[in-house]
Design a protein around this ligand. Structure first.
Ligand code: ADP
Ligand code: ASP
Ligand code: MG
Length: 444
């Protein structure tokens, strides 16, 4: 029988009621043998994630302030879950040890990792599964670089004779023994690594939405679910801010073709989203586009110079200035006499004038300006390759809505179109594009 690895996100484990749902899901299928929990997330809108409370404790301790008030709240949350579930478990010794370490300036990563660690202890006790600490298996070098091959080897060995286990998400340890976490949302990555190590037939990622939605549900009302998405499309969407799945969660499973299924803990019967390798991309999606995602916080340098096109080395000189100033760029749309370079606005903080004057010196432009408050939107879809005029349709929809399009750039893979708009137009642009591809096609 195949093995399934199941990862549950913070909201799926936010309180005892959610734990009960999680246990029911796990028990409903015997192949769900390896479970990766996150730390308790938000129970309601203004709630605070345990991970954030742990970061607060760390910050207070570094200022030599008392952590008791925040730490007690963390203890209260875990003890509430233990009590409501009725499990026979005391974590008092663990709390005392962790508090002591936090007060004595344990690292930020150590602090954050305890959220998953403690939640894993509770879930393991509740399910009757063995608890296996990822610090023994997930390996980073001493600079904090994750080592996949070493990890897979260590994990295979450790789990070889363990039939069912709970493995907390989000962290591992460096070769020097110090705890190291992935970046925020990193339990997704742990799940993926476990799936790879145990050669899972599928990696189920359980969250609070019924799959990857065509657009961010906080912007579009009730967006439709994406049934099948390829790793490549997902990567484009995650990179642009659709944060359902951590972007690094793809690479451990991608090379070996383990599919990821995004599922809803609150609606387990919904089929969710299947993330598959690019080979199966032939499977048609219902709509030409697969998804829309975007981010604010970009800026662009716009340069004009007559005959720039025929000036040898023009682009290189401009890019060298950016390179010297540590600015990596996202997009570079250009015309005959114009060139724009779009990048993350934070990269030019405090050096705007220097960068502009260096570019002036190098290429002597007719006009140069920095434009701020740009949002980028990615419209992604494997179906776009076969369809003409996508960019034109997007452009038409947006100009009809009187949204000024600052740039539009079709990726060379023909898998995506990137659109730049003012930040104030970001949400409306997302909705217009959604309507154009999802609603209008439905009527056809
Ligand atoms: P978890 O705690 O389970 O890891 P996350 O909060 O990391 O869950 O991810 C799920 C959330 O991602 C959803 O609740 C939703 O608000 C947000 N989200 C953003 N874009 C999308 C999208 N395109 N589809 C689905 N959810 C999205
Ligand atoms: N608990 C961690 C976070 O809040 C990791 C995760 O949830 O995946 O970022
Ligand atoms: Mg997440």
């Amino acid at each position: 029988m195949g093995v399934r690895v199941v990862k549950f996100g913070g909201s799926s484990l936010a309180d005892a009621q959610q734990f009960v749902k999680v246990a029911n899901i796990i028990r409903a299928d015997e192949s769900r043998r390896y479970v990766v929990p996150s730390a308790p997330g938000k129970r309601f809108n203004d709630d605070i994630k345990v991970t954030d409370m742990l970061y607060s404790c760390h910050d207070l301790a570094s200022d030599n302030k008392d952590i008791s008030e925040v730490f007690d709240k963390i203890v209260e949350r875990y003890n509430g879950i233990i009590k409501d579930l009725g499990v026979d478990l005391s974590l008092d010794a663990e709390y005392a040890e962790i508090k002591e370490k936090l007060i004595n300036h344990a690292s930020r990563d150590f602090a954050a990792s305890r959220g998953e660690y403690l939640n894993g202890k509770i879930l393991a006790a509740y399910l009757g599964y063995e608890f296996v600490d990822p610090a023994e298996m997930i390996i980073f070098d001493n600079n904090g670089v994750f080592l996949l091959d070493e990890t897979v080897q260590a994990m295979r060995k450790r789990l070889e004779n363990i039939d069912r286990a709970v493995i907390p998400g989000f962290y591992g340890a460096m070769q020097n023994g110090k705890i190291k976490t992935f970046s925020r949302g990193g339990s997704d990555v742990t799940g993926s690594i476990v799936a790879r190590s145990v050669n899972a037939e599928i990696y189920e990622n359980w969250t609070d939405v019924s799959g990857f939605l065509i657009a961010d549900p906080r912007i579009v009302d009730n967006p439709k679910v994406i049934k099948v998405i390829t790793y490549k499309e997902l990567r484009e969407l995650s990179y642009m801010g659709a944060t359902v799945l951590h972007e690094d969660a793809i690479f451990p499973v991608r090379t070996v073709g383990i599919p990821i299924n995004i599922k809803n803990t609150n609606d387990p019967d919904a089929s969710g989203t299947m993330i598959v390798s690019d080979d199966s991309s032939e499977e048609a999606s219902k709509y030409i586009i697969t998804g829309i995602a975007g981010k604010k916080g970009f800026a662009s340098i716009n340069i004009e110079k007559a005959m720039m096109n025929s000036e040898l080395g023009f682009g290189r000189k401009v890019l060298e200035v950016l390179e010297d100033n540590g600015i990596s760029f996202e997009h570079m749309p250009s015309g005959i006499d114009t060139m724009s370079i779009v990048f993350n606005a934070s990269l030019i903080d405090g050096k705007e004038e220097a960068v502009i004057s260096q570019i002036r010196k190098r290429v002597n432009p007719d006009h140069i300006e920095v434009e701020h408050n740009i949002a980028l939107l990615a419209v992604v879809g494997r179906g776009m390759r076969k369809t003409r005029g996508i960019a034109a349709r997007i452009f038409a929809a947006l100009s009809h809505a009187r949204i000024n399009v600052k740039m539009i750039d079709q990726g060379s893979s023909e898998l995506n179109v990137i659109i730049g708009v003012g930040e104030q137009d970001f949400e409306e642009a997302t909705r217009k594009i959604y309507e154009m591809f999802v609603f209008s096609e439905e009527e056809e």
